[in-house]
Design a protein around this ligand. Structure first.
Ligand SMILES: [Zn+2]
Length: 311
């Protein structure tokens, strides 16, 4: 996603290595197309460290066919969960006649019992679905989005600025700012999603949204508070989303003045209760302490059935 100002630079899609361009002298990402036997172009992605700012590196590339299929399986496995939590309408799935049955079955799939975060679920007839998916996957579908992202200097500056602000939280109370984030472009699923353990951020580019910096920072914040706040105080899925939204809308109000709270957080009473503890002062000084007070007044009931899957 982003090109980062001080960092991202550019990408040359469908170009030879010698066409790799760079800004500030630092090549970010290079896409090397190579011809394969059937004349279809296959893009080989070569990542180079991209210094977003002095604090974190951000690399970006599309998901490969295998990775995209795995990601699709995880999304399908969570369809039931999306349905229950009102997110189904935001999920984009590839259309193929052989998938109709798969999606119908998945709606009855109990994601909480059958799916573990980070695991790749297995479906009956999965091999057939994978074969059908191979007919749909086209690396060219990612090229425009990738170009847009890596050439948008304004958005990359916002990411840069937000990461710098987060470094203060890292210093003050241990916000987990990773040395490296890997952004992976996908055509499916919800708007964005993260894998806390690997620091991977999945960004959907269909439809392409110009102001993608807010989505990326939303996921960076998820990763940063997951261990020492979300897991430590056993926050529910709704609380987790509200916390991230509160941080983004309050702490980054100058960078993202139009940051929109998710439906979940704008309507749920949880957000109101949490907002009493989360403000600019507590975000900067000691957010774990503030959430510990919130959790005492709002005892945990059961987070097991509310485990966040993909958001
Ligand atoms: Zn979220």
């Amino acid at each position: 996603m982003m090109p980062i100002t001080s960092a991202i630079s550019s990408i040359s899609a469908a170009a030879s290595p010698s066409q790799t361009s760079a800004t500030n002298g630092t090549p970010l990402i290079t896409l090397l197309p190579k011809l394969v036997k059937n004349e279809e172009k296959e893009f080989v992605v070569q990542e180079q460290g991209v210094s977003l700012c002095k604090l974190s590196k951000i690399t970006i590339r599309p998901l490969t066919k295998e990775e995209e299929f795995t990601y699709l399986k995880r999304t399908v496995a969570a369809l039931n969960w999306f349905q229950k939590h009102g997110f189904k309408q935001y999920v984009i799935l590839p259309q193929h006649k052989s998938f109709d049955n798969w999606y119908r079955q998945a709606e009855k799939f109990n994601a909480v019992d059958s799916y573990e975060e980070g695991m790749s679920p297995h479906f009956a007839e999965e091999e057939n679905y994978e074969k059908s998916f191979s007919e749909l996957y086209n690396p060219n579908s990612y090229v425009e989005g990738l170009k847009e992202i890596t050439s948008n200097k304004k958005e990359s500056e916002k990411i840069d600025g937000a990461l710098k602000k987060l470094s203060l939280l890292q210093k003050n109370w241990g916000f987990q700012l990773l040395p490296k984030y890997q952004i992976r472009l996908t055509l499916y699923g919800v708007t964005a999603n993260d894998d806390v353990n690997s620091g991977t951020i999945f960004l959907r580019i269909t439809p392409f949204v110009n102001n993608f910096s807010g989505s990326i920072i939303h996921e960076v914040v998820h990763i940063g508070v997951e261990k020492n706040i979300v897991q430590k105080f056993k926050l529910t899925c709704a609380e987790r989303e509200c916390l991230v939204d509160l941080i983004c809308s309050i702490y980054f109000k100058e960078i993202f003045p139009k940051y929109t709270l998710q439906y979940l957080c704008s309507k749920w009473p949880i957000a109101k209760s949490m907002a009493e503890f989360v403000n600019e002062k507590t975000i900067i000084a000691d957010l774990p302490q503030a959430i510990s007070q919130y959790a005492k007044l709002n005892p945990r009931v059961c987070v097991c059935s509310d485990k966040p899957l993909i958001m």
